[in-house]
Ligand binder design. Structure first.
Ligand code: RP5
Length: 177
């Protein structure tokens, strides 16, 4: 059963396995901040291929705007999802095996022409959520404003980190102007 968070979810996330959840649940912080509705489920490209295909094929009609798929190893799931929908699909390659996620990264990134998947980096769940928000923001000014606020917060955190370099030779602040 699909677990729905909020009313009409804007983002649908599929994981190849529940073992991907500790990574994928990092999206929550981002979606909470932006007030984006989402749902998450498990469907495997290899073990439950019909479920993966049906979930992807029905998502647009249910009102989902963006899909994300996370999988490790020979990660076919994002591609399978993209093959069954015209919604934008974000792929999250998961580090789940002895190749450190390179196997999943190449599987997700190297899609054949005509079936696009926006591949994030290995374990890039947070960026997947932010990318989904950027897509949704194309039609929502409130999200664009919040994205600008988010970017300012990130910049402040980086600048604040300079103050924690005590005892080291630092450039003057005007080196950044
Ligand atoms: C992939 O294989 C899953 O997405 C997961 O990352 C990996 C291991 O799956 P399990 O053995 O935990 O089902 O399909």
């Amino acid at each position: 059963m699909v677990k729905t968070v909020g009313k009409a979810p804007e983002v649908g996330i599929v994981m190849g396995s529940k073992s991907d959840l500790p990574l994928v649940k990092k999206v929550k912080e981002v979606f909470d901040y932006f007030g984006v509705t989402w749902e998450i489920t498990v469907a495997s490209a290899h073990r439950t291929p019909d479920d993966a295909a049906r979930y992807a094929a029905g998502a647009r009609a249910r009102g989902v705007k963006v899909l994300a798929a996370a999988a490790g190893l020979s990660a076919a799931l994002p591609g399978v999802v993209a093959a069954h929908t015209s919604l934008p699909v974000i792929g999250i390659p998961v580090n789940a095996g002895s190749l450190g996620g390179m196997d999943a990264l190449l599987s997700v990134a190297q899609m054949p022409p005509g079936v696009p998947v926006a591949s994030m980096g290995i374990d890039g769940a947070k960026n997947a959520a932010l990318f989904a928000v950027r897509i949704l923001a194309l039609a929502r000014d409130d999200l664009t404003e919040k994205l600008e606020e988010w970017n300012k917060k990130e910049a402040c955190a980086v600048r604040a980190a300079r103050e924690d370099l005590d005892g080291l030779p630092l450039p003057p602040e005007d080196a950044f102007r």
